[in-house]
Design a protein. Structure first.
Length: 208
């Protein structure tokens, strides 16, 4: 059976969030066209995502080194590894997230830190890091109110670019993408921009 992990990185309701609207549209269509798949939803704004702090970091490092962990280090390392194992078990992954302050929500950043573990999602080699999960299929659903695909703000786009680079580091270099942009910059066109993105999400969900 195909395991599909749907990750939502915005806690707003769909009426107030373009990325959540894309998520819900994609999810509904995906379930309709792939009725036999095993779908798991992960809402990062509801999830327990402690900061990647010193205690968690030492727990994860000690585990790799075969050292004894304190109970708190073990608790935190287990949380990070639980999310990592869930990610590794998925054949397909859908990530819906906004551009906020040119970047991604802190919850999503913390989650991606959990996934970024040598020996699990990538490995070090003499020629640099190599991704270990190239076989996963990924769809990225991203919303950004300004325009970043060209023009002076291009280099400020550290939301989709960041996520794409992290995934490329894991070996996933060509994610499918639906990008909705410019609905705040061009309010008179917002309705059309958002509904074009919604249509794209439906079409992608059918074939993903
Ligand atoms: C906290 C916050 C920060 C934002 N920062 C930016 C920004 O830096 N640049 C931009 O173009 N739009 C920014 N926006 C607008 C969002 O990109 C826009 O609302 C987009 O639709 C985000 O997806 P969402 O609707 O799912 O929240 C911001 C919105 C919020 C709520």
């Amino acid at each position: 059976m195909t395991n599909v992990l749907f990750i939502k990185a915005n806690g707003l309701p769909a009426e107030r969030s373009v990325s959540v609207a894309l998520y819900e549209i994609f999810l509904t269509e995906y379930k309709k066209s792939h009725p036999d798949d095993n779908v798991t939803e992960l809402d990062l704004f509801e999830a327990d995502l402690p900061y990647y702090d010193v205690t968690m970091m030492s727990g994860l490092h000690k585990e790799v080194a075969g050292e004894t962990l304190t109970p708190e280090e073990k608790r935190l390392a287990d949380i990070a590894n639980g999310y990592l194992d869930q990610f590794l078990a998925a054949d397909k992954i859908v990530m819906a997230f906004p551009l906020w302050n040119f970047s991604i929500p802190a919850q999503f950043l913390t989650y991606l830190f959990y996934l970024n573990q040598a020996g699990k999602t990538f490995k070090y080699t003499a020629n640099g890091p190599v991704g270990l999960v190239a076989d996963k299929k990924i769809a990225l659903l991203n919303a950004r109110g300004g325009i970043y695909s060209d023009g002076p703000m291009q280099s400020f786009e550290m939301s989709l670019n960041y996520v794409k680079n992290v995934l490329a580091h894991f070996g996933i270099s060509e994610p499918e993408m639906v990008i909705v942009e410019g609905h705040n910059a061009k309010p008179d066109q917002a309705k059309d921009i958002i509904s074009a993105g919604a249509k794209e999400a439906v079409e992608l969900a059918k074939i993903f």
